[in-house]
Write a protein that binds this ligand. Structure first.
Ligand SMILES: *[C@@H]1O[C@H](CO)[C@@H](O)[C@H](O)[C@H]1NC(C)=O
Ligand SMILES: *[C@@H]1O[C@H](CO)[C@@H](O)[C@H](O)[C@H]1NC(C)=O
Ligand SMILES: *[C@@H]1O[C@H](CO)[C@@H](O)[C@H](O)[C@H]1NC(C)=O
Ligand SMILES: *[C@@H]1O[C@H](CO)[C@@H](O)[C@H](O)[C@H]1NC(C)=O
Ligand SMILES: *[C@@H]1O[C@H](CO)[C@@H](O)[C@H](O)[C@H]1NC(C)=O
Length: 591
């Protein structure tokens, strides 16, 4: 038997690990969605569930915030994550993209790619390839020592992701990636692709092993037969067996049936298939990292990525986990020892927040540089504001004695615009709502339009999702011109200790810093920071998510004040209070 090798045995239609028949039962976890102090806890629970591998995406935009600037520290320490998996005796199936989907902002691609508005993403466009090449020349040398045959735990590496679902079908691009992966990782590593059952024709490439993804409601027999057309006599692999599903703002909370899931898993394992469960632990879209789908309309993803997965967002075993574990135990041995108990949760409050002031009062701090002048509005990308918020300001060109419609051509609001006239709120324009606001006012009044980027599209035909006012703003039939643009750096402000904020409070914990869930009753929509950490978006008024997961490690122990800051974008409740709960509230869609 070959020492330290992972190979296909076409004679028997199986994988071999070190020359011995091997099958993986794996689960997806995204290190970018779990605070790094909790990685080991989650990985341990995955191992104790009976998994022998984890499947992991590398989000490019998480590591290269600006061209040529790289971050592998703290929560971005990929090697520390690989080590943590190795400590739990877990093999790793690595999915470095460059595109990952994952319902992650722009499918993991850096927004700065769109600073070139002509770029054609995920194709052999030379500008796209140049950026990919530079990134992989940094990433792959870090990964290379971690390949299984080099002594590490990475048994396989995926090239691109569901490429067959993208419009371009550019084989030159896929061949370029395959060549690059080979050049940087060597010939020995097992490379593969993953596609939905309809994606094979554009997603697969000679020399890359074709795998498929499907859920419990799909016809396994039919879909595996399709995979085998591309991989005759090769092992069956479902790279994404869906354990649950994500939530969209304004959609219903997803809950998938455990019995169907367990039956499907059992059937696949009986066939000898290799299975990765997506997700095994979903985690949280902290900060501005949530992506969006586009199905006829723009559908932004909630902050929670609980996914109705076997391990909950807070890392606790669910009834679903126990059922899956018992299915796995029929096919391979479970590690000895007790399954860890759910982590303790705390409940306290209310905590009352104080109004610190309107956002417009803090413009000089939020945008310390001179605003950008432009005849017509520019996109976020054009002014190098990747995420968050951008304020557009101009003056009313004429007296409006009759209510006059304010609107944007061709659905050009990306994604929500909060409109103020001389500081007084006039209402909201939202993508795909095809609405106008009616305003009266005096010539020369200041018109402020705060644009919120709610996450770039992460899946579908076209992921070039430019943000901001991508079309001119029109008042009546007059195109508004002479804009000042204020890119707002709210996060830098939250990092500083002296930062003013919009609504804030300090509070002490009633006990040790346990996990808890922030509940914002009566608040509308905004962004929330705890001790400078961007916890993500809340949208209480729309749901279904009503509480935000607050991992214990973000909190300071009793005796040290914790600081919470809310940027409320619409309406604060009369009593500006918040609560901390000992369980999440996910299921309340308000229309
Ligand atoms: C699944 O597909 C196979 C092959 O096409 C077919 O024979 C079978 O009836 C299908 N099963 C279900 C439940 O639809
Ligand atoms: C959510 O559920 C309600 C009630 O079951 C249903 O009427 C509605 O169509 C669902 N909405 C979506 C977006 O699926
Ligand atoms: C959500 O709550 C409603 C009403 O409380 C209930 O009927 C529904 O089954 C719940 N849905 C999920 C997915 O839990
Ligand atoms: C707008 O109305 C004010 C009085 O309300 C008047 O003084 C001013 O001249 C008007 N400006 C224009 C541009 O019509
Ligand atoms: C994708 O969308 C962008 C803007 O939303 C547009 O400029 C571009 O032409 C679209 N590309 C394709 C291939 O449809």
């Amino acid at each position: 038997a070959a020492p330290r090798s992972f190979e296909v045995d076409r004679q028997r239609g199986i994988f071999l690990l070190d020359g011995v028949p091997f099958r993986y039962v794996s689960g997806s976890i995204h290190y970018s969605r779990v605070p790094s102090p909790l990685w080991s806890d989650r990985l341990h629970k995955m191992r104790m569930s009976g998994l022998n591998a984890v499947q992991v995406y590398v989000p490019w935009n998480y590591h290269e915030p600006q061209p040529g600037v790289y971050n592998f520290q703290g929560n971005r320490d990929l090697v520390a994550f690989l080590k943590a998996a190795a400590n739990e005796d877990l093999l790793v199936i690595l999915r470095p993209g460059p595109y990952i989907c994952a319902e992650w902002e722009m499918g993991g691609l850096p927004a700065w790619l769109l600073q070139n508005p002509e770029i054609v993403l995920r194709t052999s466009d030379p500008d796209f390839l140049a950026a990919v090449d530079s990134w992989f020349h940094v990433l792959m040398p870090m990964v290379q020592p971690w390949l299984y045959h080099n002594g590490g735990n990475i048994i396989s590496v995926q090239v691109e992701n569901e490429y067959g679902s993208y419009f371009a079908c550019d084989f030159r691009y896929m061949r370029h990636l395959a060549g690059l992966f080979r050049a940087l990782l060597g010939d020995q590593i097992f490379l593969f692709t993953t596609d939905g059952p309809r994606g094979f024709s554009c997603g697969t490439l000679q020399g890359l092993y074709s795998t498929v993804d499907f859920g419990p409601d799909d016809n396994m027999t039919e879909i595996f037969a399709m995979q085998q057309k591309y991989e005759p006599n090769g092992p069956l692999v479902n790279s994404e067996y869906y354990t649950g599903w994500l939530d969209y703002w304004g959609g219903n909370h997803s809950k998938w049936d455990t019995k169907t899931l367990a039956n499907g898993l059992q059937n696949m394992l009986e066939l000898g298939a290799n299975v990765n469960m997506y997700m095994f632990h979903g985690g949280t879209n902290f900060g501005y990292w949530s992506g969006a789908d586009f199905k006829k309309i723009y559908q932004p993803v909630t902050t929670s990525y609980d996914y109705d997965a076997p391990l909950s967002e807070a890392g606790d075993p669910t009834p679903k986990l126990l059922v899956i574990q018992s299915v796995i135990s029929k096919f391979q041995e479970l590690p000895l020892g007790p399954f860890p108990l759910p982590s303790p949760k705390m409940k306290f409050g209310p905590v009352t927040l104080k109004l610190a002031g309107d956002l417009l009062n803090f413009l000089n701090v939020l945008c310390p540089d001179e605003p950008i002048q432009s005849h017509l509005p520019l996109t976020f990308e054009a002014v190098k504001q990747d995420y968050g918020f951008l304020l557009y300001r101009t003056q009313l060109p004429q007296n409006l004695t009759k209510p006059t419609p304010l609107w944007v051509k061709n659905n050009g609001v990306r994604d929500r615009a909060y409109v103020m006239l001389d500081g007084v709120s006039q209402g909201i324009l939202e993508r795909d709502k095809d609405e106008a606001l009616f305003m009266t006012g005096q010539a020369g009044s200041t018109l402020d339009v705060l644009l919120e980027n709610m996450g770039r599209i992460s899946f579908g035909y076209n992921i070039s999702d430019f943000k901001g006012l991508i079309q001119p703003l029109v008042l009546g039939d007059v195109v508004l011109t002479d804009w000042l643009l204020f890119p707002l750096n709210i996060d830098a402000l939250m990092d500083s200790s002296s930062g003013p904020a919009f609504y804030s409070a300090t509070f002490q914990l009633p006990g040790p810093p346990w996990d808890t869930f922030l509940y914002l009753p009566g608040w509308t929509k905004g962004q929330v920071w705890i001790n400078g950490f961007n916890l993500g978006r809340y949208w209480t008024r729309r749901g279904p998510q009503q509480s935000l997961y607050v991992p214990g490690p973000l909190l300071l122990p009793t005796g040290t004040p914790n600081i919470i800051t809310l940027l409320e974008l619409e309406h604060a409740p009369p009593r500006t209070q918040i609560q901390f709960l000992d369980r999440p509230l996910f299921n309340a869609t308000l229309h």
